[in-house]
Design a binder for this molecule. Structure first.
Ligand SMILES: Nc1nc2c(ncn2[C@@H]2O[C@H](COP(=O)(O)OP(=O)(O)OP(=O)(O)O)[C@@H](O)[C@H]2O)c(=O)[nH]1
Ligand SMILES: [Mg+2]
Length: 288
């Protein structure tokens, strides 16, 4: 459960299979309840929990959830560093163009870089199918009522990908500019995608996401001639919440700006291999 928005954690699947047959949830008394469902997911629970949780208790539960997530994220990060894998967590509101951008990126990197994708959506495997159509490996995590990926689910999905050393791992998070900001997946960094149809004010309205990201991709720039979107203003707003954020303007549709994004990826991969060669654990720490 995510206390930021109260979303549920049940019914998570990885490539269609139940991720955790042992169901777990936090009762109003703050206790984590674990049980194996004897009934189908979605059916009413045989047991109940007292309604109402004090604000102090809620805060403690939220801390516990995030601490548990951070432990899995630290494991993931160690595994990525050991294998020399560059993991990027792609975050945005729904429909900013994450999958379109990934498809185009994969096409450009074909034969040059090993890569794989973890797709996160509440329902459907549509995005994983779009990725697999390029020939790249993809795993679909369906979060059910959840509004973000968490590090444990990513860890469970990794064995399905068999990533070679020096590979790129793209993790397309559930479309949501709020909760994914709080959940470290063990990535090298978050890349936030904002499309020009969303408005220049989004970095100010959702500052946690823009301050957690190292790079902002401003997508759908092919539409700029048809909009009154002010690029200078969105850059100013993004830098107001995160003075060091890098920003690239792209169009996944026309391909404009894609080379700069590919150069950025190449730079990150090169920095990773230098860090690995030096045994420098801290080289790829995320900016949170
Ligand atoms: N004009 C234009 N349309 C784009 C661009 N990138 C994506 N789109 C369109 O935007 C819509 C959403 O694209 P997706 O790639 O599915 O977006 P997404 O962020 O993966 O969406 P979710 O996974 O549902 O959050 C589709 O109709 C795409 O064709 C772009 O650069 N320019
Ligand atoms: Mg998508």
């Amino acid at each position: 459960m995510c206390l930021t928005c109260g979303c549920g954690e049940g019914d998570v699947t990885i490539d269609g299979q139940t991720a955790d047959p042992e169901h777990q949830h936090v009762g109003a008394d703050g206790i984590v309840y674990r049980h194996v469902h004897a009934h189908p997911h979605g059916a009413a629970h045989a047991h109940s929990h007292a309604p109402g949780t004090s604000p102090t208790r809620s805060l403690q539960i939220e801390r516990d959830i995030l601490a548990r997530n951070d432990a899995f994220a630290a494991d993931n990060r160690r595994a990525f560093e050991r294998q020399g894998v560059l993991a990027l967590n792609l975050v945005s509101s729904p429909g900013s163009g994450k999958t379109t951008l990934l498809v185009r990126t994969i096409e450009a990197l074909q034969g040059k870089t090993s890569l794989a994708v973890i797709e996160g959506d509440q329902q459907t495997s549509l995005d994983a199918e779009r990725i697999r159509a390029t020939g790249a490996a993809a795993v679909q995590i369906n979060t059910g009522k959840g509004c973000h990926l968490d590090a444990q689910r990513v860890q469970q999905a990794l064995p399905k990908l068999a990533l070679p050393p020096n590979a790129l791992l793209f993790i397309e998070n559930v479309g949501n500019l709020v909760c994914p900001a709080a959940f470290d997946l063990g990535e090298a960094c978050k890349v936030v995608i904002l499309s020009v149809t969303e408005g220049e004010d989004k970095p100010l309205k959702y500052p946690d996401m823009f301050s957690a990201a190292r790079l902002m991709l401003l997508n759908k720039c092919d539409l700029l001639p048809h909009l009154d979107f002010d690029v200078a203003r969105v850059i100013e707003n993004a830098r107001r919440v995160n003075p060091t954020i890098e920003i690239l303007q792209v169009s996944a549709r026309s391909g404009a700006g894609m080379q700069a994004w590919l150069d950025w990826l190449a730079g990150e991969l090169a920095a990773l291999s230098v860090g690995c060669a030096r045994g420098d654990d801290a080289v790829r720490r995320p900016q949170l």
